[in-house]
Design a binder for this molecule. Structure first.
Ligand SMILES: NC(=O)c1ccc[n+]([C@@H]2O[C@H](COP(=O)([O-])OP(=O)(O)OC[C@H]3O[C@@H](n4cnc5c(N)ncnc54)[C@H](O)[C@@H]3O)[C@@H](O)[C@H]2O)c1
Length: 287
């Protein structure tokens, strides 16, 4: 089985930046035609210009049901079908703690990160049925599996994406449509500096600082890059994953393998020193 997407037509949401953009590059390299959906028109059009005839940019706000339906339709009319959907668009959503949560903040995150995925699948399905099958990949997160990895509404939405992936895999199996999710760990993209309120010089400083610290954030001692996720999306979308559906793949450099002290020598040493201090104290007391 190969990772070729020759003759395949894909829709990728959140295609103008980060994971989505890297996936457009990988999918095109593998032979696919791609409808690149996003709300960043300038970056989206630049992507289209870089891949003439292979990529079409379509403005698509995944908070809008109409925009999602239209994006699928345009992929079909432009390229002649739809085989693959990568539901990837997103941001951190509302940063509110649960203590400070409002209904509006909660709904915003769920609409952006979970409802968008459900509607993407719903509007892609008729075209995949017409092609006799397809593959859907949804971007979840380590935040959907563990506390402390993202804001509460974001984490709940991403957990929802993991479960929605299983439910969709069950429902769509009869149409030969596979559905899987990816749980990225810390990936160096613009998501951490996407807020329009953040001044540009702060953005640059945050990005530099993150590039310095990212290799130590997990057991694998390299920074997570957008292409790490793009390669996994390509695999899941391709015939090489023909027997895989309803699952989620952690692409996190081992971040969730266990607590930090299980893999970080610095933390192990600190804990050992603390233990020795405690034993020395206990010995002194009992003497
Ligand atoms: N970077 C990480 O560490 C990380 C970790 C786990 C999960 N993720 C997930 O990966 C996905 C991609 O994020 P990224 O890291 O590449 O960030 P990014 O900011 O580089 O890219 C996100 C893209 O989504 C687009 N987008 C945002 N809101 C949209 C909307 N309403 N409609 C259409 N497009 C919209 C943005 O314009 C941008 O192009 C997101 O779902 C994110 O939650 C990222």
């Amino acid at each position: 089985m190969t990772q070729s997407l020759q003759g395949k037509i894909a829709v990728i949401t959140g295609a103008a930046s980060g994971i989505g953009k890297a996936s457009v590059e990988r999918f095109v390299e593998a032979g696919a035609h791609v409808l690149a959906a996003d709300i960043q028109d300038e970056a989206g059009k630049a992507l289209e210009a870089a891949h003439p005839g292979k990529v079409r940019y379509q403005r698509c706000d995944v908070m809008s049901e109409d925009d999602i339906a239209v994006a699928m339709e345009i992929a079909n009319t432009t390229f002649g079908g739809l085989d693959i959907l990568f539901n990837n668009a997103g941001s951190g959503g509302s940063p509110a703690s649960l203590e400070e949560m409002t209904g509006e903040a909660w709904d915003y995150s769920q609409d952006l990160l979970l409802r968008s995925v459900a509607l993407g699948m719903r509007y892609a399905l008729p075209y995949m049925k017409a092609r006799g099958g397809g593959a859907i990949v949804n971007t979840a997160s380590v935040a959907g599996l563990s506390a402390g990895m993202g804001p509460p509404a974001y984490s709940a939405a991403k957990a929802g994406v993991i479960q929605l992936t299983r439910v969709a895999a069950a429902e769509f199996a009869k149409y030969d449509v596979r559905v899987n999710a990816i749980c990225p760990g810390l990936i160096l993209t613009g998501i951490f500096t996407a807020s329009p309120e953040m001044p540009s010089q702060i953005k640059a400083a945050v990005q530099t600082a993150m590039r310095g610290t990212a290799p130590a954030a997990q057991p694998v001692r390299k920074a997570g890059e957008a292409d790490d996720i793009a390669q996994t999306a390509l695999f899941l979308a391709s015939p090489a994953a023909a027997f895989i559906t309803g699952t989620h793949i952690l692409v996190d450099g081992g971040m969730l393998v266990g607590p930090r002290h299980s893999w970080d020598p610095v933390e192990q040493e600190q804990r050992q020193k603390a233990r020795e201090k405690m034993w020395a104290g206990a010995a002194a007391e009992s003497a």
